[in-house]
Design a protein around this ligand. Structure first.
Ligand SMILES: Cc1cc2nc3c(=O)[nH]c(=O)nc-3n(C[C@H](O)[C@H](O)[C@H](O)COP(=O)(O)OP(=O)(O)OC[C@H]3O[C@@H](n4cnc5c(N)ncnc54)[C@H](O)[C@@H]3O)c2cc1C
Length: 293
């Protein structure tokens, strides 16, 4: 019997994942699954468990590098309408995992609600942002997140709230497989001021990041108190190229995928950067992006 019988409408096989990543790189997943309801998600997880199929949860793929060989696994993406809902209730916003960050920021601007301006220009989903505690110099999503609704690998749904829920630089203490939604605490503020902040962040990004290229944001985390980009720059690695992957001349912590680039080019360039930075500064750079293989 077909592993996913009855669920064929939402399951695709041998599916090229590249088109669901910002890098546009990587091979096919054995299964690419886009459930439309929580019940379908629970069924999918149950079938995967029964058949020993590994599960990866995808957001918008803006922090992912997928191997050229693809994934012998199921990649589950929560993008259906049910999983992309947002609901404002006074100064509280419940956003489901598949909601888009930049749209949320604009919705908040329109409503005169402050709290997530720091997410301006980050091209991810709420699920990915909570997992990564996305943010930057201007703040992060963890500052606004009060409660998350989670689903574990057994299909059980429960909530986790602060102070049990913790956020740190590009990480959280959530270990549960699925983030279903997040409740964010916002505050009424002067819309003009919120717009000014959003504009300021956009200008900063435009001036400092290689926008309009295929990239994945910062490749490495900043080691405590040091900028990974500045170290890579000081090591003279801007413009270093392996295959179709090149270190950005604008921001040394960005690797751009040029035409013909393969995931393995990016991986080899990552290794070369790590080696040179270790040699020169004695610091082991840690990945911010995730490599799935
Ligand atoms: C041009 C550019 C600029 C960027 N700038 C920034 C920046 O300023 N600050 C910053 O922090 N990041 C930045 N990033 C990186 C990226 O946008 C963030 O990490 C973002 O939060 C990832 O969200 P995503 O939906 O794309 O997640 P994905 O990349 O798809 O996944 C990231 C992680 O989240 C997990 N995940 C996704 N959804 C769920 C879910 N529903 N349940 C459980 N786990 C889930 C995945 O399994 C994976 O572990 C940038 C990326 C790009 C391309």
């Amino acid at each position: 019997m077909n592993i996913f019988s009855g669920l064929e409408k939402i399951v695709e096989t041998n599916y090229p994942l590249a088109r669901h990543t910002w890098y546009g790189l990587g091979g096919p997943a054995d299964y690419f699954i886009r459930p439309e309801t929580v019940e379908q998600l629970q069924k999918i997880v149950q079938r995967c468990n029964e058949n020993n199929i590994r599960i990866y949860v995808m957001g918008f793929g803006s922090n992912l590098l997928i191997s050229d060989d693809g994934l012998r696994a199921a990649a589950i993406k929560l993008e259906a309408e049910k999983f992309s809902q947002t609901k404002f209730d006074g100064e509280q916003l419940t956003a489901w995992a598949g909601a888009e960050l930049n749209k949320l920021v604009l919705d908040c601007v329109q409503k005169g609600l402050s709290g997530i301006e720091a997410l301006t220009g980050i091209p991810g989903s709420v699920g990915g942002a909570v997992t990564m505690n996305a943010g930057g110099n201007f703040g992060d999503i963890g500052a606004a997140a009060e409660t998350v609704t989670l689903m574990d690998s057994g299909g059980n749904i429960f909530e986790k709230s602060k102070p049990e829920l913790m956020f740190d630089y590009r990480r959280t203490n959530i270990t549960t497989k699925f983030i279903l939604n997040a409740r964010l605490k916002l505050a009424a503020a002067d819309p003009e001021q919120i717009i000014r902040t959003v504009k300021e962040i956009w200008i900063y990004k435009k001036n400092n990041q290689p926008l309009n290229t295929r990239n994945c944001g910062c490749i490495f985390k900043n080691p405590r108190g040091v900028s990974a980009g500045a170290m890579i720059d000081r090591a003279g690695l801007k413009g270093l190229q392996i295959g179709g992957a090149i270190v950005s001349n604008k921001h040394a912590n960005f690797i751009i995928a040029q035409k013909g680039c393969k995931s393995r080019d990016v991986i080899r360039l990552i290794e070369a950067i790590k080696e040179r930075v270790k040699e020169q500064f004695g610091i082991e750079l840690e990945l911010e992006i995730e490599i799935w293989n």
